[in-house]
Design a protein around this ligand. Structure first.
Ligand SMILES: Nc1ncnc2c1ncn2[C@@H]1O[C@H](COP(=O)(O)OP(=O)(O)OP(=O)(O)O)[C@@H](O)[C@H]1O
Length: 252
């Protein structure tokens, strides 16, 4: 369980309090600059809270974890990563396996399980700087998931991803969301920021809607209403229902 208590970074986000529970997929939505990346970085232990704010993982202050412990307990996909020049696809995946002690037979099985959904095989031998943006993103997602795959890392608790769907085609967006659900079902607390509100409502156990650094709403997908969208995103939407699913589309 990852707990945030009055997490604050002045001018960026907060104060925000709440918890990301094991077994649940939480999706963060909100306009550009609403604080999603700042909140994720704080939950990953990459940045501290100002003032009295606290972040705890299973009751222990995250600031007390060593870098090695952090790498065993949580993985974080950051936005706009600069990829090391000259590296090939399989070498990036091997980096994801570093905190697990390197590429063991179990890690190879975990990679094989990710290869199908993320279409990795054609990317293994390619130099990263020759890949398209979406191809790079698929490898980065795989490396992040590998780090906290419950089959290879018994210490894994938390998976955080900042806009994992950025640059992905529809097929790989859905594959990624299914993988995130799978990791949550295996007991991890999984948290990701996402800009597609319909996909967020379809896949999330819980949605956190940020607005100007604060939580405008938090709860089951049903809390996302046209009134909330109008207030937070300043977009008027219409709701369509089909086979029990709600789809929201801008009125324009
Ligand atoms: N390094 C920084 N220094 C100062 N302010 C920053 C810094 N990084 C972000 N901010 C500000 O903090 C606020 C929250 O930014 P953040 O990146 O968390 O938003 P976001 O919800 O992830 O946005 P997006 O959807 O555009 O990725 C914004 O007003 C942003 O301009």
């Amino acid at each position: 369980m990852l707990e945030l208590e009055h997490f604050t970074q002045t001018g960026r986000v907060g104060p925000v309090s709440g918890a990301f529970a094991p077994g649940r997929l939480t999706l963060l939505i909100g306009p550009n600059g609403s604080g999603k990346s700042s909140l994720l970085a704080g939950a990953a232990g990459l940045s501290d809270s100002d003032g009295e704010g606290r972040v705890r993982l299973d009751g222990q202050a995250l600031s007390g974890f060593s870098l090695h412990e952090l790498a065993r307990h949580r993985a974080m996909l950051v936005q706009q990563t600069v990829l090391p020049h000259g590296l090939r696809g399989y070498e990036l995946l091997a980096l994801g396996a570093e905190p697990l002690g390197g590429v063991s037979a179990a890690v190879c099985r975990a990679i094989a399980d990710l290869a199908g959904p993320l279409g990795l095989e054609p990317l293994y031998a390619r130099q990263l700087n020759t890949l398209s943006g979406g191809e790079q993103q698929r490898l980065l997602i795989a490396g992040t998931l590998l780090q906290v795959d419950p089959a290879t890392n018994p210490d894994a608790r938390l998976l955080l991803l900042d806009e994992p769907l950025a640059g992905l085609d529809w097929h790989h967006q859905l594959a990624t969301l299914r993988l995130l659900r799978g990791y949550a079902e295996q007991g991890l607390a999984v948290v990701a920021s996402i800009h597609d509100i319909n996909l967020a409502c379809q896949y999330a156990d819980e949605i956190w809607c940020l607005h100007r650094g604060r939580l405008a709403a938090r709860g089951a997908p049903e809390i996302i209403t046209p009134a909330l969208i109008a207030e937070v995103f300043e977009v008027k939407v219409r709701v369509f229902e089909q086979d029990g699913r709600r789809i929201m589309l801008p009125e324009e």
